[in-house]
Design a protein around this ligand. Structure first.
Ligand SMILES: *[C@@H]1O[C@H](CO)[C@@H](O)[C@H](O)[C@H]1NC(C)=O
Ligand SMILES: *[C@@H]1O[C@H](CO)[C@@H](O)[C@H](O)[C@H]1NC(C)=O
Ligand SMILES: *[C@@H]1O[C@H](CO)[C@@H](O)[C@H](O)[C@H]1NC(C)=O
Length: 381
């Protein structure tokens, strides 16, 4: 008699758990801040080993470790891992991927991070939104301490950074193709609310919408020359913004200030090269694809993107020149790499794919674990 309702309750519990776990999984992987995409997969590795579900991953990791010794370029065999990093977390450039990777390194190498006073991930005020150049007072800075890492959102000021961070810091930035970055930023910062038009229409008459809606520089910062502005370029200066000589001199300054610039479109190549520069392990550079958005969303898929890219190039001239400069620089570097580099790249990609699959295994394992636990009281009754 009692068995039918009991079975019913077990099925009900099953369904509720599945329904509850699915959005959680999507949120965790989709947002990229969570469990599966980065940190916990890394920590959860022994768990997978125990269950035998991650055998592919295990063998790949072993190959990775032996590979790493073999692929090291000669002058790197005696290198010491870099500990002092300043990361310019440029908005809407997949910088979260790098941020998570650095967070992991902070734990692993026991690094001291210089954090914003706001206790948030911005050195500038976000209520109301005021992206202003970083000052010493924005940071929880104690002159008696040596800080290893600075990685939260800021507007670059070289003097301030050099004062707070060690002189041998590795300066790292990230850039994305400017038109794609613009569309992404326009969406993310809800600039259609401010300008009251879609990004395509904005690009048709940018000066008109800008003059109509911008009184103080707030989120509008992300509507023009957004990337180079975060790197300290004075976009507010009408006389300098489109001056080619000035733009070039600012890019030259950044070129000397930055040790490496990641190009999002060549993320894997950049991370493998960065690994060599930092003298870190390949495992340190692993990330999940979950957080990297590649395609344009509607209605951009139907627009003539060549045409709009041209419009955007006129509007955000400095950003395009900046990107082109560092893209060319990295392509030239790539051309000089030997066979060992591309072999390392291919192993890196395989390991990354395994990591993504591993996230799915992990989900099934957790579901199974929870179901067993939740099922117990029903079964005993
Ligand atoms: C917008 O303002 C700038 C500078 O104040 C001016 O040069 C430009 O002509 C204006 N554009 C429009 C479309 O009003
Ligand atoms: C452009 O900038 C350079 C260097 O800052 C300056 O010497 C030059 O006069 C500027 N040109 C114009 C047209 O304003
Ligand atoms: C898109 O715009 C470009 C540049 O104006 C033009 O050359 C091209 O023919 C356009 N393509 C289409 C499909 O309309």
């Amino acid at each position: 008699m009692g068995s039918t309702p009991r079975r019913f309750f077990i099925y009900l519990a099953l369904c509720i758990t599945l329904a509850a776990l699915l959005p959680v999984y999507i949120w965790l992987t989709g947002a990229g801040h969570g469990l599966f995409s980065k940190t916990t997969v890394y920590r959860g590795f022994p768990l997978l080993k125990k269950t035998g579900m991650g055998s592919n991953f295990v063998s790949l990791m072993q190959r990775l470790d032996s590979g790493q010794k073999a692929y090291r370029i000669p002058e790197m065999t005696s290198c010491v891992p870099r500990r002092h990093i300043v990361f310019f977390r440029v908005s809407k450039c997949s910088s979260t991927t790098l941020y998570m990777l650095l967070q992991r390194a902070v734990v692993k190498y026991r690094l001291r991070v210089l954090r914003p006073k706001t206790n948030k991930i911005h050195f500038y005020r976000v209520h109301p939104y005021r992206p202003t150049k970083i000052t010493v007072h924005d940071a929880k800075y104690n002159p008696k301490l040596t800080y290893d890492v600075l990685m939260d959102h800021m507007i670059y000021d070289a003097d301030v950074i050099n004062k707070m961070m060690p002189s041998d810091s590795f300066h790292l930035a990230i850039l994305r193709e400017p038109f794609a970055q613009f569309i992404s930023a326009y969406d993310y910062f809800r600039l259609w609310v401010k300008f009251r038009v879609h990004s395509a229409e904005f690009l048709n008459h940018p000066h008109f919408y800008w003059n109509r809606s911008v009184s103080s520089r707030d989120k509008a910062t992300y509507a023009r020359n957004s990337m180079i502005s975060e790197l300290g370029f004075p976009d507010e200066r009408e006389d300098l913004r489109d001056n080619d000589t000035f733009i070039q001199s600012y890019i030259n300054f950044l070129d000397s200030a930055l040790d490496f610039v990641i190009i999002v479109e060549l993320l894997d190549e950049c991370l493998v090269y960065l690994r060599r520069l930092l003298c870190w392990t390949m495992e340190d550079m692993l990330y999940s694809n979950a957080n990297v958005q590649k395609k344009y969303r509607r209605p951009w898929r139907e627009q003539n993107n060549t045409l709009y890219k041209e419009k955007h190039k006129r509007w955000s001239k400095a950003d395009h020149q900046l990107y082109q400069h560092f893209l060319n620089k990295f392509l030239a570097t790539l051309r000089r790499q030997g066979h060992d580099f591309f072999e390392e790249l291919s192993i890196f990609r395989k390991a990354k794919d395994a990591l993504d699959r591993c996230g799915v295994y992990m989900m099934f394992y957790i579901m199974w674990f929870f179901l067993l636990r939740l099922g117990k009281p029903f079964c005993e009754g």
